[in-house]
Design a protein around this ligand. Structure first.
Ligand code: NAI
Length: 727
């Protein structure tokens, strides 16, 4: 079956409709490439064809990019380089067809899709929220490999190209027009008609092909002359290195390749692009990022339960308890998906603050032109506030986000249950308290589970759904499906103190506390972990999360895990001194008006058990202590059945608690280092710090058998871990 259909109209315009069979979106796999090659041949030879319109038969995607699955099977850089060269040659043929080609774009036009569009002579896109353009390759540890690094700068200039290629960000229609990435913006209903008209005008030479970007003085100074470009490239390199700490080779390679094209011409630029693309495809960073891409795609299809899954129940009306920071965020993301929300708190002022916080989320979208004023007004009217339980009688789902306190949460659950419909699902957003404990207050525990969102809710991609042995399958699949609708990547975990994410993060933070007890320097410790690849240092994170919150988490987990999770004296003392962190403008760092960025509050050292005198710890020692504590705990979560799979543990840690994406997650990290080596390092630490580093039994077994958590794709091996001995 062909991947496209071809209609040659009486006026000589060939309309090519790309529609890869059996796929939700068009991806540029082998079949499309072969069909394209045959198509270009046919178009060249058919005298009656005067122009071409290239469009998509998929509802909301034009071409979503290369076939990542195909890339993942490549074993050598030579093969990857060849794939890139072949792609470049194919698009060269498209670009040099004897007739004009108009790209009629509606929906996602990404990566190889955008490269295809760039090889067309004219680009029209629809003015629609689903239409996005971009080069997301860096997010997979790659660079565009079919001419994108060379054609884009020629079209939009150097700075706009770097902004796209180095970040992988999406460009929305109006911006795309403004930077000259596309020639025209139209309503979806007239896309094809306008495209055909333009193709005819181009064929009749009544209109020129693009590259008519208006250039101003700044363009001339910075993009169009070598000295300006040198400055821009140098600055971009510095910024990239600062942002990535050198952990991500792709943006640096993109800079080199773009520069090579400017300095030594297209021909050389294309060759360099293919060579560097080839190297990157087989690099460890790309492997890990590709793993995460597949893992989150798999999770999109995972209903959240093993075996047969019932259809999720519809969630059209949502009740949210607690209009605080989290409640307001949850209300906002729900409204963005069209859910009618009722937000409850105990007093009017608090409800008002919650509604204002939700409105701020919508306002940000409006500002970025992601929504219209009309949509903004609609969104606001979707979220209503209440101090009693009015509106709860119609809710399909209730998410509770009140204070982190068992008694309060149980009380609120009892009250809410008496107001909600008998079949409504009840979810708590608690970050630590076992759901089973809250559910003891429930009349219908089969409808109770956890929906643990991360802060800030609109931006954080993960949702951890927590199920107890009594949670029903219907409730689970509904919470999972609704979480996905909210745009979240959802993992389902079994109940336990701190579930998965809070528990692993807590041991990591705790270990940071012990390092402070031992005399480590705050700035050095934070810098060590940022160097390892975390987005923020642990002490800074403590301040951001709130020391009171961290204290509560530590108390719950300390009680649950006893001696294995003792509490650090430093955290206790700083908390006892009344410091709460950023929100109270008093924590480990300074938050007063005169503070420099990242300046430690020197007076905090007086509170620490070892005082102001700080010791110097090797960076690697600090990293090892924190990271090994975390990954060892992750293995325990797998072994105890908290986690359903290593995949969920990796995705949960990267998307939820900031584990470095280029390391793939705790289980991928262990696989990379080797279970035996991880155990050896843990034992070394365990000898110095009894109990905190005892290797998880599963890890010891794996060290012994040489097993891995994930298959080694470079060798084609299978994973062979067992969550339980003999299981
Ligand atoms: P918050 O203090 O900002 O909000 C709590 C809200 O609940 C307040 O507005 C309070 O007035 C309201 N409330 C208290 N009792 C109530 C009652 N009986 N009925 C209705 N409303 C009531 O707290 P935040 O940060 O939003 O946390 C809420 C929950 O979310 C906690 O369980 C917390 O552990 C969890 N969580 C917090 C995260 C964070 O980063 N802040 C991350 C993930 C979970």
């Amino acid at each position: 079956m062909s991947t496209h259909s071809l209609e040659i109209r009486p006026d000589g315009i060939a309309v090519v409709t790309l529609d890869v069979p059996g796929e939700a979106v068009n991806v540029l796999g082998r079949a499309v490439r072969e069909d394209f090659a045959a198509l270009f041949e046919l178009l060249t030879n058919d005298e009656s064809v005067r122009g071409v319109v290239l469009r998509s038969g998929k509802p909301d995607s034009w071409i979503a990019g290369a076939d990542v699955g195909e890339l993942a099977t490549i074993r050598t850089s030579t093969d990857a380089e060849r794939l890139s060269r072949d792609g470049q040659l194919l698009l060269d043929r498209l670009e040099s067809l004897r007739m004009p080609v108009v790209a009629a774009i509606h929906g996602a036009c990404l990566g190889g899709g955008l490269e295809t569009a760039l090889a067309c002579g004219y680009r029209i896109i629809t003015d629609h929220p689903r239409t996005i353009l971009g080069f997301p390759e860096v997010k997979l540890g790659l660079i565009p490999g079919a001419g994108g690094t060379q054609r884009l700068p020629q079209l939009v200039g150097l700075r706009a190209s770097l902004d796209m290629i180095l970040t992988g960000k999406n460009v929305y229609p109006r911006k795309a027009l403004a930077i000259g990435l596309v020639d025209e913006l139209v309503h979806p209903a007239i896309l094809l008609d306008i495209a055909v008209t333009r193709a005819l005008e181009l064929a009749d030479e009544k209109r020129g092909t693009s590259s008519t970007r208006r250039r101003g003085l700044v363009d001339f100074a910075l993009d169009d002359n070598p000295i300006g470009r040198g400055v821009v490239l140098k600055k971009a390199r510095e910024q990239t290195l600062a942002r990535t700490r050198g952990h991500y080779p792709a943006p640096l390679a993109a800079l080199d390749v773009i520069a090579a094209g400017y300095d030594q011409g297209d021909e050389h630029g294309f060759r360099e692009e293919a060579r560097r693309f080839g190297e990157l495809v087989v690099s460890p960073v790309a492997r890990e990022l590709t793993f995460l891409f597949f893992a989150s795609n798999e999770l999109k299809k995972d209903p959240g339960v093993d075996g047969d899954a019932p259809e999720p129940l519809p969630v059209d009306k949502l009740a949210v308890l607690g209009a605080g920071f989290m409640g307001a965020g949850i209300a906002a993301v729900a409204a963005l998906q069209g859910t009618l929300v009722r937000l409850k708190d105990t007093d009017a002022a608090q409800v008002g603050r919650g509604l204002a916080a939700a409105r701020d989320v919508f306002a940000e979208r409006l500002e970025k032109r992601r929504i219209t004023k009309h949509e903004f007004d609609d969104l606001r009217s979707l979220v209503g506030g209440t101090m009693d339980y009015s509106g709860f009688a119609n809710a399909d789902l209730c998410i509770e986000a009140v204070f982190e306190d068992v008694a309060v949460k149980q009380q609120v659950l009892r009250e809410a249950e008496s107001k909600l419909p008998a079949d409504a699902i009840y979810a708590s957003n608690t970050s630590t308290i076992p759901i089973g404990e809250l559910a003891t207050a429930s009349q219908r525990p089969e409808q109770v589970l956890g929906m643990h969102f991360f802060s800030p809710v609109p931006r954080m991609p993960l949702l951890e759904v927590i199920v107890t042995p009594r949670t029903g399958v219907a409730a689970t699949v509904t919470a999972v499906a609704y979480g996905k609708k909210l745009g979240k990547t959802v993992i389902v975990v079994n109940d336990g103190p701190g579930f998965y994410t809070t528990r692993t993060l807590a041991v990591y933070m705790n270990e940071a506390g012990f390092l402070l007890d031992d005399g480590a320097d705050i700035v050095a410790l934070d810098a060590a972990m940022v160097d390892f690849g975390f987005p923020s240092g642990p002490i800074k994170l403590l301040d951001d999360v709130g020391l009171d919150v961290a204290g509560k988490v530590a108390a719950v987990l300390g009680e649950a895990f006893g001696e294995r999770m003792p509490r650090s004296r430093s955290l206790e003392k700083v908390l006892a001194a009344g410091r709460t962190g950023r929100k109270g403008k008093s924590g480990f760092y300074r938050y007063d008006a005169r503070a420099r960025k990242g300046e430690v509050d020197p007076s905090v050292y007086e509170l620490l058990p070892t005082g102001a005198q700080r010791a110097t710890y090797p960076v690697e020692e600090m990293q090892r202590r924190l990271v090994l504590a975390l990954v060892n705990e992750a293995v325990r979560c797998l072994e105890e059945g908290i986690l359903r799979s290593p995949r969920d543990g990796d995705v949960g840690a990267v998307f939820g608690i900031g584990f470095p994406p280029f390391r793939g997650g705790p289980f991928r990290y262990i696989d990379a280092v080797g279970a035996a080596e991880v155990v050896r390092r843990l034992e070394e630490l365990d000898a110095r710090f009894p109990r905190r580093f005892s290797p998880a039994p599963l890890l010891e077994r794996m060290a012994h058998s040489g097993a891995r958590f994930h298959p080694d794709l470079t060798r084609g091996s299978e994973p062979s871990f067992r969550t339980r001995q003999g299981g």
